[in-house]
Design a protein around this ligand. Structure first.
Ligand code: PEP
Ligand code: MN
Length: 227
């Protein structure tokens, strides 16, 4: 209702700790398909390993390759050899050149539909923000590639209270799309609760972003009326 176009959720989750929630695997793909059926939203979900490619490609509208797999060249070639669009997240220590070359692997294998997603890089300070969101990547990529640019301010900051500011800055800087984590009860989330907005905060952010988008001439009208 707030205007999101896709639902992004993980069935196979790349967790830093092997003891953290790993995702529900194939059964979660059915849940995502049911969510698409109920809402009309497109589905984006992550592929971690090639044995799951066929089943993920069958369910997903867009296949996510996560930061940790950005330079998994054999996986890139495989998603390049199938038809679903690929959302390629920037590796946490990847230069712009590394990232564009990873996109080239996908395109050289035959799939021209790649979205580049900046999700924050590792710098020296992790005390206050989980990553350093590189918004300068937006104008830089604009000069280097025609590929659409997505910003993920949720992983980019790691804290829900910082997400709105960076989401609005992303639009001002010319991002084509945003990935924003939302959870009805962030404290109970099995993954990334601290960076997840409540649905109410997400609704409000969509309205706030529409104001910025209008000012820079690149965002549609808000889907919900101002309260
Ligand atoms: C994610 O998108 O949920 C994720 C794990 O992100 P990243 O690959 O950017 O760390
Ligand atoms: Mn996450």
């Amino acid at each position: 209702a707030a205007g999101a176009q896709f639902l992004r959720g993980g069935a196979y989750k790349p967790r830093t700790s092997p003891y953290a929630f790993q995702g529900h695997g194939e059964s979660a793909l059915n849940l995502l398909a049911a969510a698409r059926e109920a809402t009309g939203l497109g589905i984006i979900t992550e592929l971690m390993d090639s044995p799951e490619l066929d089943v993920v490609a069958e369910f997903a509208d867009v296949i996510q390759i996560g930061a940790r797999n950005m330079q998994n060249f054999s996986l890139l070639k495989k998603v390049g050899a199938q038809e679903k669009p690929v959302l390629l997240k920037r590796g946490m220590a990847a230069t712009i050149e590394d990232w564009l070359m990873a996109a080239e692997y996908i395109m050289a294998a035959g799939n021209p539909n790649v979205i580049l997603c900046e999700r924050g890089i590792r710098t020296f300070d992790r005390q206050y923000a989980r990553n350093t969101l590189d918004l300068s990547a937006i104008p830089v990529l604009r000069t280097l590639t025609h590929l659409p640019i997505m910003i993920d301010p949720s992983h980019g900051t790691g804290k829900s209270e910082y997400v709105p500011a960076m989401a609005m800055a992303s639009i001002a800087a010319g991002a084509d799309s945003l990935m924003i984590e939302v959870h009805p009860n962030p404290k109970k989330a099995l993954s990334d609760g601290p960076q997840s907005l409540t649905p109410e905060r997400f609704d409000r952010l969509m309205l706030e972003m529409s104001v910025i988008g209008k000012a820079v001439g690149r965002w549609p009208e808000p889907a919900v009326a101002l309260a």
